[in-house]
Design a protein around this ligand. Structure first.
Ligand code: BG6
Length: 489
């Protein structure tokens, strides 16, 4: 079966503001929940730098994988001897014209980026948005329009203005729902005439803890209350967006690394069912518009006594269902009885090779996941992140021969084409993570590179920031110009 994709298929790339944009002191941007997060590595997890009332410094681990609790009395503090990657990232803020031109050169017709919430509302609570912040994204979108590239805007990518985190304990408070809806309305009114596709949140099923959700405690009651408030915020935004932007399409992005039972032992199979529900919980509520029956058992397992819901919430969830299901897919894992419920990454699979960061490579898992999500929700899907983090060796001209990345992408795109052409899964498009090298979310490293374009910068932010296309750049260009047919070559 040919790998050629249907006419109008959206081809592009995806990024997140605090990993890509930089410019943290510019255009009146306020502090963001990630601005006090250090760099790290696989062996040394990233952390926040915080000060206790007695002056001592604490370093709570900060990724969503390892999210330590942050004491109520701890205040964020910048330390001179720490490096904070979000401040400059790879400086899209000053390189947007060059980067968009490079993406257009590959034939992208869509670019997924996230708006930095604290660039629009620096504390999250201003009466009026920050005009200079809006102008930056105006400039970005207008530049994209020159190349007929449309935006896919992530309203909130694992972040919030620091003020909302500190003042309200992040998403545990319904005040943050109001702040988010006001922020989303601003984006709809300002960019709605140029943006049809929106994502209300990024990887909502995986985010937790202080950096991603502004919540000091990453487990149990607080985590699931925060999730409920995000469901309501998303549904309100979807409803409002549909009203303000005729023809708009809304998704939320779910982290969908596939899970397999480690064995066919019934206990492992049942654990697998329950672990799958750790993700379905989010997709079912947002994609079908109501809490599933199994939620009671899941919440009990997570020591949640009772979620606070307002009487109108059920109706809001029903009316604010997603139009399409977006997900990231990087890998799969295995699971067995006795494993932790929050098992990001999970166990490896003896049948699969792994990247240097231990992520199993499983292209068929992408086809499996596309089918599984569509079978269940019956709404179009959108693959909004997929890619391979690898250590690239650049030559003296900064050129990288990344055949391993080409292999990874070829196999995954082929599996995607099979899901679309053979299994008839409706899929709006594919945005690869991340077209231009940027800072890794989980480790804060620069050497975990994903891009088609090499950026001269090291793990501590040193380098010229020069952009140089890798071998995969021209390969991807050819795939896009043939709308997938070249995957058969
Ligand atoms: C997803 C996130 O989890 O995976 C991105 O939405 C992230 O923000 C991407 O960068 C890849 O993960 P990492 O940790 O390799 O950067």
């Amino acid at each position: 079966m040919s790998k050629k994709l249907p006419k109008g298929f959206l081809w592009g790339g995806a990024t997140a503001d605090f990993q890509y944009e930089g410019g943290f002191n510019e255009s009146g941007r306020g502090l963001l929940s990630h601005d006090y997060e250090t760099d790290g590595s696989k062996e040394h997890p990233r952390h926040h730098t915080m000060k206790m009332p007695d002056g001592s410094i604490i370093e709570p681990k900060s990724s969503f994988i390892l999210a330590d609790s942050v004491p109520t009395e701890a205040e964020p503090v910048f330390l001179d001897d720490e490096y904070y990657p979000s401040h400059n990232a790879v400086d899209f803020y000053h390189h947007y014209k060059e980067d968009i031109k490079l993406m257009a050169g590959m034939g992208f017709n869509i670019f997924r980026f996230s708006v930095c919430w604290s660039r629009i509302f620096p504390t999250g609570e201003e009466a009026e948005p920050n005009a200079a912040g809006l102008k930056f994204y105006d400039d970005v979108i207008n530049e994209m329009a020159k190349y007929n590239m449309e935006p896919l805007i992530t309203i909130c990518h694992d972040e919030m203005p620091m003020n909302l985190a500190l003042k309200y304990n992040g998403w545990t408070s319904r005040k943050v729902i109001d702040a988010y809806v006001k922020y989303a309305k601003t984006l709809f009114e300002h960019f709605g005439n140029r943006c049809k596709y929106w994502l209300t949140f990024n990887e909502i099923n995986a985010v937790r803890g202080f950096g991603p959700t502004g919540v000091r405690n990453s487990e149990g009651q607080d985590r699931y209350q925060a999730d409920h408030n995000m469901f309501v915020a998303s549904a309100k935004a979807v409803k409002l967006g549909h009203k303000l932007i005729p023809g708009s399409q809304f998704g939320t992005m779910f982290a969908m690394s596939g899970a397999y039972p480690a064995t066919c032992k019934p206990e492992d199979m049942f654990h697998y069912l329950q672990e799958k529900r750790e993700n379905w919980y989010f997709i079912d509520i947002m994609g079908r518009g109501y809490y599933p029956e199994y939620a009671a058992e899941l919440l009990q397992r997570h020591n949640v006594k009772e979620l606070h819901m307002e009487p109108e919430d059920a109706q809001i969830l029903k009316e604010g269902q997603l139009d399409y299901i977006a997900f990231s897919y990087y890998r799969s894992n295995t699971t067995k009885a006795g494993d932790d419920w929050f098992n990001v990454g999970g166990d490896s699979n003896p049948y699969l090779k792994e990247t240097p960061w231990g992520w199993p490579v499983d292209p068929l898992g992408l086809r499996y996941t596309m089918n599984e999500v569509y079978d269940r929700i019956q709404k179009p899907i959108f693959i909004v992140e997929n890619g391979m983090g690898a250590v690239d060796k650049a030559d003296e001209n900064d050129y990288v021969e990344d055949d391993y990345r080409i292999d990874y992408l070829k196999d995954h795109l082929s599996a995607m084409a099979d899901a679309i052409n053979i299994d008839h899964v409706p899929c709006l498009g594919y945005t690869m993570w991340a077209p231009i090298d940027l800072v890794s979310l989980s480790t804060g490293e620069m050497k975990k590179r994903y891009g088609f374009v090499y950026v001269d910068m090291d793990d501590k932010g040193h380098g010229t920031l020069k952009r140089t296309p890798k071998k995969s750049y021209n390969w991807m260009k050819h795939i896009i110009e043939t709308n997938g047919s070249a995957l058969d070559e």
